[in-house]
Design a protein around this ligand. Structure first.
Ligand code: NAP
Length: 226
């Protein structure tokens, strides 16, 4: 399986790429990492992936498709990083949607979207909150993915932390707002493991996998999605 990771040097993806490249969590054989600045390509190669230079915010669907030809799976782990609303919509919604259409036109079957735990219509983020553009953009991208014929999985981690990995998660129901006060935090290192295991777990296809850190080993938790 050849996997293209979009946003390859993000804090999640830079832990995912070596996991995939090491082959410890199969069946990945080749990894390519998309970054947008020439000075980032050496770091991608150092992680064990083939660097692909592409600014997905400004690339057309056809240009993204050209970068995906020959791949079996795409992982979207890019993001504008919050802040500017226009850029958030341009990356987290519009570029993500183009990458899905590009995957379809390039003949890539599998698509794994790193979204967030609150990406449901009842996310409850007020329109005047700074976080609204992010919530709105991610939901629009996720909803577009659901309309495609791709073998998609939407991953919904909670608040990301830089704690060491535990290898264990707890799943939340696929729909509905989380009860107030729910601790949804999860280490980025575990999110990377969830992505890697998701690529080899068919039970996750067509599912929204919402999770926090927890008690269940990641592969066992994902198997229950079937
Ligand atoms: N933060 C949270 O608590 C949280 C919670 C749940 C889910 N998430 C989601 O988790 C995912 C990964 O999070 P993270 O912490 O790893 O994010 P991150 O460190 O901000 O990584 C995002 C990556 O996207 C890249 N990127 C931005 N614009 C790009 C473009 N136009 N072309 C190519 N690459 C581009 C960035 O590269 P540059 O260095 O070039 O900018 C960066 O490496 C995101 O999709 C986020 O929405 C976040």
């Amino acid at each position: 399986m050849k996997v293209v990771v979009i946003g390859a040097l993000g804090k999640v993806a830079r832990q995912l790429v070596p996991l995939l490249a090491d082959g410890g969590i199969g069946p990945v054989t080749d990894v390519a990492g998309v970054v947008r600045k020439p000075e980032q390509t050496d770091r991608v190669a150092d992680l064990g992936a083939e660097p692909v230079l592409l600014d997905v915010e400004h690339a057309s669907t056809e240009e993204i498709a050209a970068a995906l030809v020959g791949a079996d799976a795409v992982v979207w782990s890019a993001g504008a990083g919050g802040g500017d609303a226009a850029r958030t919509y341009a990356v987290d919604r519009d570029a993500a949607i183009r990458s899905m259409d590009a995957a379809a036109s390039a003949g890539v079957r599998r698509y794994v979207m790193v979204s967030w735990v609150g990406s449901t219509p009842d996310h409850g983020v007020p329109e005047d909150a700074g976080f609204f553009a992010y919530a709105d953009a991610k939901l629009a991208a996720d909803d577009h993915l659901r309309t495609t014929d791709l073998d998609w999985t939407i991953l919904g981690p909670g608040t990301l932390t830089d704690e060491p990995p535990t290898g264990r998660v707890s799943l939340f129901p696929e729909t509905g707002a989380l009860p107030a006060g729910t601790d949804s935090s999860v280490p980025r290192a575990d999110v990377a493991q969830v992505v890697a295991w998701t690529l080899r777990e068919p039970a996750t296809i067509g599912r929204f996998v919402r999770f926090s850190t927890g008690d269940t080993p990641i592969p066992a938790a994902l198997r229950t999605m079937g």
